[in-house]
Design a protein around this ligand. Structure first.
Ligand code: MRU
Length: 350
């Protein structure tokens, strides 16, 4: 059984406890846990990517709701505090739909249980947040089982950004088939794109894969095409932040380029994501909100200026891969293949 080196995010204690998460901004240099006890700090933790990756952001949002209502003095107050908290947390990051999915789930549970005594209602919401985390862990394991057979002995697998245990409750989405194949004794190697500008691939994906004992090679984003042309990549697996009804998938900036390169080189491009990452209210990817990040992440990332002061910068954090470029979406319910609105709805709604 795959054992993750540290827990990504969890709740410590009872209602008066805290949310504990690994501060991902410090990895791989330092493994430091961050205790979050108020909503403002949770918003900051999401915004600055201390906790990141679509499913992990959803879990953080659910715990954030608990932090926002635990001091409410009546059920009426609780419902007001809950609305204020969800409205606020919803402004932290726009692209990963898991954030909104978790906030809506917590609100629905509060509404449905508003007849309970105050303390019971609070405990019910804490239990729901725990369920969000536990269900995510189970979905990731199932994604691993469904995706494992896509990796054949001797394959080279390329991934972009980090869709591993750090981006989820544990185990990951894109990395789950890799962990499962590795556990089954399948020999393969992984090429991890560095993932400019915040280096989730270099800092996080290689860290996770190496700790699992998987053969890992780091490349810069611009090397992916050449490595493919050399015949070293047999398949690509990435995660997703939001998948529209037709299967168009938003993921970390650079994913679209990788998908195009994979098409040109006749390499299957797979997306791995739980059902909580699907947004069936959007017909296609053009309506997915794309987060823009601060210029300094590009011009002076990690404390060193690498571009002239005052230069104009455009910094979208995500891009959208059209469904035509995706060979299959690996979900906890099985594979969506081929990828189109009919197959997406059949797997996710069916
Ligand atoms: O900006 P980030 O680091 O939150 O972006 C993360 C990604 O793009 C992941 O690939 C995606 O959230 C899937 S995580 C299982």
């Amino acid at each position: 059984m795959h054992k993750q080196p540290v827990r990504t995010i969890h709740w410590l204690g009872g209602l008066d406890g805290a949310c504990e998460m690994i501060d991902q901004t410090l990895l791989p240099g330092e493994v430091r846990m961050l205790r979050v006890t108020d909503v403002e700090t949770m918003w900051q933790a999401i915004k600055r990517l201390s906790v990141r990756g679509a499913p992990a952001i959803g879990i953080a949002a659910a715990y954030g709701v608990v932090l926002g209502i635990r001091d409410s003095e009546s059920v009426e107050d609780l419902l007001v505090d809950l609305k204020e908290t969800t409205d606020y947390l919803a402004t932290s990051r726009p692209t990963a739909v898991n954030l909104f999915w978790a906030l809506e789930r917590m609100s629905a549970v509060a509404q449905a249980n508003a007849g309970l005594p105050l303390e019971e209602l609070k405990l019910r919401l804490l239990a729901e947040a725990e369920a969000v985390r536990e269900e995510d862990a189970a979905m990731c394991r199932a994604i691993g089982r469904h995706g494992q057979s896509l990796i054949a002995p001797g394959n080279g697998v390329l991934t972009h950004c980090n869709a591993g245990g750090l981006a989820t409750a544990e185990y990951g989405t894109a990395l789950a088939p890799m962990f499962a194949a590795h556990a089954a004794g399948v020999p393969f190697r992984v090429f991890a794109d560095e993932t400019r500008p915040l280096l989730q691939g270099a800092r996080l994906t290689t860290w996770e894969l190496m700790q699992a004992g998987i053969d890992t090679t780091l490349i810069t984003d611009s090397m992916a095409g050449f490595v493919m042309s050399q015949g070293k990549v047999d398949l690509v697996i990435t995660g997703a932040d939001r998948i529209a009804a037709n299967g168009d998938a938003a993921n970390k900036i650079g994913t679209y380029s990788v998908a195009q390169l994979a098409r040109v080189h006749n390499i299957p491009f797979y997306v791995a994501a739980p059902s909580s990452t699907f947004d069936l209210s959007l017909a296609n990817g053009s309506a997915i909100p794309i987060e823009e990040r601060g210029a300094e992440e590009v011009t002076e990332g990690f404390g060193r200026r690498t571009a002239p002061a005052g230069v104009k910068v455009y910094a979208p954090a995500f891009d959208v891969t059209p469904h035509e470029l995706i060979a299959a979406i690996i979900t906890e319910r099985g594979l969506v293949q081929p990828v189109n609105e009919h197959t997406v709805r059949a797997v996710i709604e069916g």
